[in-house]
Write a protein that binds this ligand. Structure first.
Ligand code: PHB
Length: 367
């Protein structure tokens, strides 16, 4: 089957992307500690994948408090920004475009990676059965139970908003083509949105307006720090991730997407529930999302090129992001174009380590 639509250029804000095959954000846990500085090797890894219409980086902290995983990078200190600048330059030199995904992990964290060893913040002190990843004495990634969270104070909420704005400024300084706010997968912004983890009775809890407030305040702060043409968001409606339940009807998610749309963001990135074993979206829901959001819609989660082509053709989405396929295939765009086979994936090297399973997956020409 021809995948013609995937190779059509697409507008992202005022920029034009060369195709609609994107690299999804992928946590790889190889940053340098202490400091959470991305490595020079990350420059090679990302630039190998520069033929993507858009590279979206691994989730990247907006503050030391926003850290949940040993080995995830940040974009809030000067050292981190300098390191990212070199990575971005590498991608641009190969003709690619790259945005950085900004996250605060909230309760998906452990006191050993938190400032002063404190409990991580969340909307409320609700414990969720979820694990995170630390490093053992050999620097290998190990899974551990998270530390039960504490409810963020109002001052801490204001700080989180300021931290997203600062990280956006750092991203701009590093030369990124934009930022993607991580509003999905049970991390902090999602923890505020969902009643299961948000039992607050102030203006950040209760009604859906209040539970959406942090996500929307963060978006507004990022837009103010840069502009709407350089801010996108990832959400995961109807899916349960990291033990944080969706728990919402379509209407609430469509309402939230309409509020996001009011901000004029450059894109809406949907992480569909399929990849984590959830129920696939109906076409009716896809159409409601399309009607609610005016700019580019990117979809990810258990996609094949055929499914992406079909959903673009139907008008539900504009672009697709591939995750695990992009880990294993630096030249995924060329492989899709040629209908070539994909490399075998090696999940044991997804998290932590060095070059193995990171920069050594072969290109077509090398096979
Ligand atoms: C993961 O490490 O598996 C992970 C991280 C961030 C996400 C989703 C999954 O948004």
């Amino acid at each position: 089957m021809a995948q013609d639509n995937l190779f059509e250029p697409i507008e992202m804000g005022a920029q034009t992307l060369k195709n609609r095959i994107f690299m999804a954000p992928l946590t790889r846990l190889r940053a340098i500690e202490p400091g959470d500085v991305p490595t020079a090797l990350a420059g090679e890894y990302y630039s190998q994948r520069a033929s993507a219409g858009l590279v979206i980086t691994e989730a990247t902290q907006v503050s030391f408090q926003g850290k949940g995983y040993a080995g995830a990078p940040g974009v809030h200190t000067q050292d981190q920004t300098t390191a990212w600048k070199s990575i971005v330059d590498n991608v641009h030199a190969k003709g690619g475009k790259i945005v950085v995904q900004l996250w605060h992990t909230g309760l998906v964290s452990h006191k050993s990676v938190q400032p002063e060893g404190r409990a991580p913040i969340s909307a409320s002190d609700v414990k969720v059965a979820v694990r995170t990843s630390l490093r053992d004495s050999d620097d290998l990634a190990i899974r551990v139970d998270t530390t039960p969270p504490r409810a963020a104070t109002l001052a801490e909420i204001k700080q989180v908003i300021a931290d997203f704005a600062l990280a956006t400024k750092q991203a701009k300084e590093a030369g990124f083509d934009g930022v993607e706010v991580h509003g999905a997968h049970g991390y902090l912004l999602h923890q505020f949105w969902v009643e299961q983890t948000n039992q607050r009775d102030d203006e950040y809890g209760g009604s859906r307006e209040n539970r959406a407030r942090l996500m929307l305040d963060v978006i507004d702060a990022c837009v103010e720090a840069w502009d709407a043409d350089h801010v996108g968001i990832r959400v995961s409606p109807q899916g349960t991730f990291n033990g944080v339940e969706a728990g919402y009807e379509e209407d609430d998610n469509i309402w939230l997407i309409e509020k996001i749309n009011d901000r004029g963001l450059m894109y809406l990135h949907l992480s569909e529930p399929d990849w984590a074993g959830g129920t696939p979206y109906t076409d009716g829901f896809r159409q409601r999302i399309r009607d609610a959001f005016g700019n580019m819609i990117v979809a990810a989660g258990g996609y094949t090129a055929e499914k992406a082509e079909k959903n673009i053709e139907a008008g539900y989405i504009d672009a697709v992001a591939f995750g695990r396929d992009y880990i294993a295939n630096p030249d995924l765009v060329e492989r899709i174009r040629e209908g070539a086979e994909l490399n075998e994936q090696h999940p044991e090297t997804f998290y932590g380590g060095g070059t193995e399973g990171y920069t050594d997956y072969p290109f077509l020409a090398e096979k």
